[in-house]
Design a protein around this ligand. Structure first.
Ligand SMILES: Nc1ncnc2c1ncn2[C@@H]1O[C@H](COP(=O)(O)OP(=O)(O)OP(=O)(O)O)[C@@H](O)[C@H]1O
Ligand SMILES: CC(C)(CO)[C@@H](O)C(=O)NCCC(=O)O
Length: 269
């Protein structure tokens, strides 16, 4: 019999949530109404749960406990089972490199676990969200990573600490020099984002030549739009939300890896 489960990724700026219909026969999964706004989560969860069927929620968050507790309390009040996923030393055969694993953001850990659903071999996982994180995975071992400002944060850092630099909301999809303030700032911060990816690729190449670069997060479409101008590895993949794919592994932990990979490829959120 089919049952439902929901996956919730509480990021620094936005929340992403999706409900899956899991069928026992084909182990296929259908997506139901994804959302992005933290304020909408209670109404959304209420709507997912109104058929009275068994409903489990897999939840990961990089926010503070009071914000997480609010979601836990709501789920508890509505009789929904909730499993919070945290960063660990090892999961699904993938090993963490942190000496203190609890310090690593669960979004980075889930990105590494999700990467295996898109690429069978070694990979460099970039999540271009509020922060830009890059993490390297070789032979199922997390080698290490970087945390740097995301595109919007980088622009805010400059305008927040200067008097005469301003930004506009326009997306500049080019690798070029600018000719006015807003354009110089936008193109400069984009170049910083691309530069981080290019240097990460070079550092990875010192250890492994055959790997896939996976680019995810809210700014992945912008990076994709000029990827033909970047010296990136031969093999690269764009995916909207790799953190949700990490959660999918836990939700479908008893399904064969191949069918979870198939689900991951059809999961657009
Ligand atoms: N519809 C959108 N809503 C919010 N941000 C968007 C949207 N489309 C693109 N962006 C870009 O995505 C970035 C935020 O990415 P994302 O939504 O992945 O962040 P997040 O999950 O809150 O952050 P993080 O992954 O660091 O926790 C912003 O810097 C912005 O430039
Ligand atoms: C780096 C961010 C902010 C990226 O979302 C998150 O993963 C986080 O809060 N990390 C904690 C520090 C660490 O990962 O080492």
């Amino acid at each position: 019999m089919a049952h439902r489960c929901s996956l919730i990724d509480v990021g620094n700026s936005t929340l992403k949530a999706v409900t899956l219909e899991v069928t026992a026969i084909e182990e296929a999964v259908a997506v139901i109404s994804p959302i992005r706004a933290y304020e909408d989560i209670e109404q959304w969860l209420g709507a997912q749960n109104n058929d009275g069927h068994h409903h489990k929620v897999w939840f990961a968050s990089v926010r503070d406990d009071p914000e997480n507790q609010r979601i836990h309390d709501f789920l508890h009040q509505h009789g929904m089972l909730c499993e919070q996923v945290n960063t660990s030393e090892e999961a699904f055969g993938i090993k963490n490199s942190y000496a203190q694993v609890s310090k690593m953001g669960v979004d980075r850990w889930l990105a590494l676990l999700g990467a295996e659903l898109l690429s069978d071999g070694d990979c460099l996982v970039a999540d271009a969200g509020t922060a830009l994180t890059v993490d390297a995975l070789i032979d199922k071992q997390h080698v290490g990573g970087w945390i740097s400002p995301g595109l919007q944060l980088a622009k805010d850092a400059v305008t927040g600490n200067t008097r005469r630099v301003f930004q506009d909301p326009q997306a500049y999809q080019q690798l070029a020099f600018g000719n006015d303030t807003e354009q110089c700032l936008a193109l400069g911060c984009m170049a910083q984002l691309y530069g981080t990816l290019m240097v990460a690729t070079q550092v990875m190449q010192q250890q492994q030549t055959d790997f896939t670069l996976i680019i995810s997060g809210g700014d992945a479409p912008l990076i994709k739009s000029i990827s033909n101008k970047l010296p990136l590895p031969q093999s690269f993949i764009y995916t909207p939300n790799i953190v949700i794919l990490g959660l999918l592994r836990f939700a479908l932990a008893d399904h064969p890896l191949k069918s979870v990979q198939k689900t991951a490829q059809s999961l657009v959120i």
